[in-house]
Ligand binder design. Structure first.
Ligand code: HAM
Length: 448
């Protein structure tokens, strides 16, 4: 137990995001919103907690997420009319979106629902670089009745092409798209049986985790990274040989559409993904080693879930989506950035106001308000500070200029402006507010 006076810390696996880093988070989210708008997506915000049953039914009882990573609690009833129920912090957002689709009868609108979300998710995983217990996802879901075209391979290709565009616009370098098809629910069942049979005689030679998975969820063996087991895994049956004709044709059409719009990919027959709702197309985008993610090289993952709505008691509503790990995306952008100019730009001030004497502080505040109203980024110091301190603070904030505000300036309605990082030591005087605004803008634009 910590003593009563020891400072409290953020819980293991959670973290605070602070400026200037948060400027990069905002930029990423605004680029994503912009790209999603161009592709016709609207925002959905679902609750952070849901009934535990939603994830048990949607994501799957046997998955790692549901069996060991969820934050679940028994929520007490507060009134006679309420029942106690088991609730869970969402470990992912697809199940919540499909629940909302069913609850609000979005299928009855008839057209394709193209939805995006940005928000925190929670999984009790072992924290490490790029893996947290509270992390952020930027995701999309495209779903609707069959008549809306929701099942068409063109949708898969459009979602993947949009991702390629988004990663390029964000400046992610060297991303790779790995693609696979896991077929229909029936194909997967047949494949699971075949895997279990193939694993039975060899599983004793595998690591403990894989021995367990071979029994409980043999598909999970395929994502094992255990180096000693790779040879056995490579020799296992491939899901491609278990696809029915319609899944096979669907996958071929997705690939043809990707080829047509110039999105590069490799087919990875071992990509089955860790959630039970996937059918047909599954995919992951990775970045090369050394991109800042350590061993967590999956930047994002997704796929089709043609039966999820029915699993949750809804109408037939095929769909496809993905979620980007935003924390991971930020790590990659930070690692790949050549300079941290971007972070500095985000906090750079156009002007810093130095009141001379405490009596000028209210006037300085009013001047700051007037400059900010013109769209300038402005901050102000304390009237009691010495000139040296004003210069130090202005430089630390990357201000382009300092405006000194003393008794004379206030009395005469003038402005004394000194450009920082400029060869000219001069303080320029202006007797007109518009002119000083112009000069500050010129100083910011010239970058000096
Ligand atoms: P997922 O593969 O479980 O898929 O997660 C998607 C992404 O979230 C991962 O690729 C990773 O970047 C990030 N992520 C997952 N766990 C963590 C963690 N503990 N810390 C940091 N980042 C993490 C899904 O969640 C599906 N709902 C995606 C989807 C949407 N499929 C269809 N529609």
């Amino acid at each position: 137990m910590s003593g009563p006076t020891s400072p409290l810390k953020a819980v293991r696996g959670t973290r605070d995001l602070l400026p200037p880093e948060t400027a990069l988070w905002s930029r990423v989210e605004s680029v994503a919103r912009d790209v999603f708008a161009r592709y016709g997506f609207g925002e959905i915000r679902t609750p952070i907690f849901e009934a535990t049953e939603l994830f048990a039914r949607g994501v799957g009882e046997e998955t790692d997420i549901v069996s060991k990573e969820m934050y679940t609690w028994e929520d007490r009833a507060r009134a006679q009319s309420e029942k106690a129920q088991s609730l869970t912090l969402r470990p992912e957002n697809t199940a919540g979106v499909v629940r909302a689709y069913i609850e609000h009868k979005l299928g009855e609108r008839g057209d394709l629902q193209k939805l995006f979300y940005i928000g925190p998710q929670f999984r009790r995983e072992r924290p490490q670089r790029g893996r947290y217990r509270q992390f952020w996802q930027i995701g999309v879901e495209v779903l609707g009745p069959v008549s809306s075209g929701a099942e068409s391979p063109v949708r898969d290709a459009e979602v993947l092409e949009m991702l390629a565009t988004l990663l390029d616009e964000l400046g992610v370098k060297g991303w790779q798209l790995a693609l696979n098809s896991v077929g229909s629910a029936e194909d997967r069942k047949r494949y699971s049986v075949a895997l279990r049979e193939a694993l039975a005689p060899v599983k004793d030679r595998m690591c403990e985790d894989n021995q367990r998975r071979a029994e409980t969820n043999p598909l999970r063996v395929l994502d094992s990274k255990d180096p000693g087991d790779q040879e056995i895994i490579d020799a296992l049956p491939k899901i491609a040989d278990f696809l029915d004709d319609s899944s096979r044709e669907h996958f071929a059409a997705v690939r043809a559409a990707l080829d047509a719009c110039g999105v590069a990919y490799t087919v990875n027959p071992r990509l089955v993904r860790g959630l039970d709702y996937y059918t047909r197309t599954t995919f992951e985008f990775t970045v090369p080693d050394g991109s800042g993610l350590g061993t967590q090289n999956a930047l994002l993952g997704g796929g089709r879930y043609d039966g999820l709505s029915e699993m949750l008691g809804g109408p037939k509503a095929p769909g496809i989506g993905f979620a980007i790990g935003e924390d991971r995306l930020i790590l990659v952008l930070q690692e790949q950035a050549e300079t941290d100019v971007e972070r500095e730009v985000a906090l750079r001030l156009d002007a810093y106001i130095a009141p001379i004497g405490a009596a000028q502080e209210p006037n300085a505040l009013r001047l700051a308000r007037d400059l900010r109203a013109r769209g300038l980024r402005v901050d102000l110091g304390e009237g009691t500070w010495k000139a040296r301190k004003h210069f130090d603070v202005a430089e630390r904030r990357h201000a382009r200029c300092i405006l000194f505000l003393g008794e004379n300036e206030v009395r005469d309605g003038t402005y004394s402006l000194k450009r920082l990082n400029s060869s000219s030591p001069l303080v320029q005087n202006f007797d007109n507010f518009d002119l000083v605004v112009q000069e500050i803008k010129r100083a910011s634009a010239s970058g000096s």
